[in-house]
Write a protein that binds this ligand. Structure first.
Ligand SMILES: [Zn+2]
Length: 327
């Protein structure tokens, strides 16, 4: 994504144009905080903004980066010497102070090519306390030529000191039709029913829905629902199930949270033998929200080193217990 017209995500055109316009007018803060739901393309938007800031001849009328100049070509190739990005390392639980210090040291140097240096902090809510404090010093006195683009889908988890020093830029979900149209094209290789389920599971965030499809999460979700239904029908919890499900705890918790939410809102129902438990009865039960909360807590603990097999085992017992009560 360089120019507004080339945006792969049509719903980002308006926020992108707004950011380019502010940069062009000199009113863009040195630390824009792009926040909004997970899986809508905020990181892509941050790169497009960085490209526009670094471009040698941005298009007129806030059209964004030219896509042609040497700076744009280096950005496209991922080798621009004045662009930096930090994210949580794959096996780490947070963004560390060393990562942030290294980033700040790099952006503080004189630009190698043009007038600016740009850094993107991906999923900034994952910064630990020391990392956030290190960033804060730069946010308080940003060098003139430095832009720190902060990206977060959970800005409530950022320290208030960071939040208050950034220029807030809310990135909204696309409307449902736009999301569906985009996923129909981008995810054309997948079954329509799977695309629909992926969009529901991602709460309408199209990029996250596509990631779910590509990761095979929809098949996993359907398998998990079949297993949950069997347990609900009194077939017992299969041995080794919690160990097996903990191998991809993120996927498991995502699916469990999804199905309990669907159950609580009456979009699915569990069927007992021989009597059916209908959604209207399920809605009266307060226990679904407890199971839902436990699934969200499990999801939040992914990467923290806890024993997910134990947590999933406990969740399954609660599920079985709840279903027996309902029978
Ligand atoms: Zn350019």
């Amino acid at each position: 994504m360089s120019t507004v017209a080339e945006s792969p995500f049509p719903w980002l055109e308006a926020p992108a144009k707004g950011l380019y316009r502010e940069f062009e007018a000199g009113s863009l803060g040195h630390a824009p905080l792009l926040h909004g739901p997970k899986g809508i393309g905020k990181l892509t938007l941050s790169h497009a903004l960085a490209e526009t800031i670094l471009c040698h001849s941005p298009l007129p009328a806030s059209g964004g980066a030219c896509g042609q100049c040497s700076a744009c070509q280096l950005m496209a190739g991922g080798t621009h010497p004045d662009f930096f990005q930090v994210a949580r390392a794959e096996d780490a639980k947070d963004i560390t102070v060393d990562q942030v210090r290294e980033l700040i040291d790099k952006v503080a140097l004189t630009p190698a090519m043009g007038a600016h240096r740009v850094a993107v902090i991906e999923s900034a809510e994952l910064m630990n306390e020391n990392a956030a404090n290190a960033l804060l010093k730069t946010l308080e006195e940003p060098p003139d030529n430095v832009w720190l683009i902060v990206v977060s889908h959970a800005p409530g988890r950022l320290p208030p000191t960071i939040w208050s020093r950034c220029q807030k830029v809310g990135v909204p979900l696309p409307d449902p039709k736009q999301a569906r149209d985009w996923l129909d094209q981008a995810g054309a290789a997948f079954e329509p029913a799977h695309r629909e389920l992926a969009l529901t599971m991602s709460s309408g965030a199209p990029c996250l829905a596509l990631a779910y499809l590509e990761a095979g999460l929809i098949e996993t979700a359907n398998e998990i629902w079949d297993t949950l239904s069997a347990i609900a029908q009194g077939q017992g919890i299969p041995p080794q199930l919690s160990e097996q499900w903990s191998e991809n705890a993120q996927a498991t918790w995502t699916c469990l949270a999804h199905w309990v939410c669907q159950l609580a809102t009456g979009h699915v129902s569990i069927v007992h033998q021989p009597d059916a438990i209908h959604a209207s009865e399920a809605r009266r039960s307060p226990d679904w929200s407890e199971l839902w909360n436990q699934a969200l807590e499990g999801l939040a603990l992914v990467g923290s080193g806890v024993r997910h097999d134990l947590l999933i085992g406990r969740w399954l017992l609660a599920w079985e217990d709840r279903c027996q009560q309902a029978a």
